[in-house]
Design a protein around this ligand. Structure first.
Ligand code: TXA
Ligand code: MG
Length: 336
């Protein structure tokens, strides 16, 4: 299959690309579209065989549910059998944006979207192109991140092309994603509400809107409600280690213990930037959670492209606004 790539820089390109994407989606095909978090692999959420195709293209385990993307509150409500007060206030505060709400699934959505479960993850994304495509289609779009299962999510069209070329008919190139890590996933069917996957909208901001307690993570011994909680996930090919150092001396001795030629080490730092060219590559990433998240996956993809064997990442700060970033780095560093 030939993979077509369309840019959307001018308004004429934007409109014709939206039309092309909508045409494919109406025919039950799967296409890669930009969202503000990461690129998504979209299909008609109401069409069972189209959704099945997403699982095939990604090699995604059938037990992992897919987020359904909408472009209005009306469309969101049509996808669920309950729209609690909490959903209404969170949607008012954060939609369109990087927050996914898990709610009871409406029967018009095929069970495959929810991996057979009775809940559905709903999100109204902020990207204007996604909005335009959903509007043209008139149906919601099921869309996981546009990567092979378990690999790093794509934040550019080039990242999508690198693994999905020849598997899908169309990739829309809208440049770099502005948020950079996947949405926060919040379960509103459990009491109290629980964050299943951390993201840039953190628990304190959610708790502030709901004016009640919000749980972070799946909690010990609880059933695996979200496969995004698997320890090893969102990982680059290279081994990734999170490390703290105060100065070049400490960094040097830390590097020694890994026993990997320094030329094959890539380092990502935001605060204690080494003075010397100690390793193969040193990337400086912004010391601000939003800018950091925006840059992170591109840096990790770059390390893989350059064939790094070890990625050493300076330990990020501990504040709640860094929770999504710490979560992704911990998963990327997991060894099982
Ligand atoms: O930012 C995002 O969320 C991106 C863009 C494309 O919107 N999408 C994304 O999808 O990251 P995916 O499939 O790669 O990750 C979705 C996560 C998975 O961890 C999945 O298990 C969880 O959300 N999820 C989806 N529906 C769920 C449900 N009904 N119950 C629990 N978890 C759910
Ligand atoms: Mg994913």
């Amino acid at each position: 299959m030939r993979t077509e790539i369309l840019c959307i820089e001018t308004s004429a390109d934007f409109a014709s690309a939206a039309e092309r994407a909508a045409d494919f989606l109406k025919r039950g095909e799967v296409v890669a579209l930009p969202t503000e978090t990461v690129y998504g692999l979209a299909a008609n959420a109401l069409n069972e065989s189209a959704v099945r195709r997403i699982y095939e293209v990604k090699g995604r385990p059938h037990a992992n549910p897919i987020i359904v993307h909408v472009s209005s509150l009306k469309m969101a409500r049509e996808c669920t059998v309950a729209w609690p007060e909490a959903a209404a206030s969170l949607a008012a505060a954060f939609w369109p944006g990087p927050l996914t709400l898990v709610l009871p699934r409406a029967s018009r959505l095929p069970a495959i979207v929810s991996a057979g479960g009775d809940t559905v993850g709903l999100r109204w994304p902020a990207h204007p192109f996604m909005h335009e495509v959903i509007r043209r289609c008139g149906f919601p779009l099921a869309a996981p991140s546009a990567n092979i299962s378990n690999a790093l999510s794509p934040t550019s069209a080039g990242h999508v092309l690198a693994t999905l070329a020849g598997r899908i008919p169309l990739i829309i190139d809208a440049g770099s994603a502005s948020v950079g890590i996947e949405s926060t996933v919040l379960d509103l069917t459990s009491e109290p509400p629980r964050i299943l996957r951390a993201g840039m909208i953190d628990s304190s901001r959610i708790a502030q809107i709901l004016r009640r307690e919000v749980l972070d993570g799946a909690g010990q011994g609880s059933v695996l409600k979200s496969p995004g909680l698997l320890r090893k996930h969102y990982a680059p090919r290279a081994r990734l280690i999170i490390q703290k150092w105060r100065d070049d001396g400490e960094l040097r001795s830390a590097l020694k213990q890994f026993g990997i030629p320094l030329a094959e080490v890539s380092l990502i730092a935001y605060d204690h930037i080494p003075n010397a060219a100690l390793v193969g590559r040193i990337a400086v990433i912004p010391n601000d959670p939003e800018a950091y998240a925006r840059a992170l996956y591109a840096e990790l993809h770059r390390c893989d492209e350059l064939g790094a064997r070890l990625i050493l990442v300076e330990e990020p700060p501990s504040g709640s606004e860094w929770a999504g970033i710490r979560d992704r780095l911990q998963r990327a560093s997991a060894t099982d």
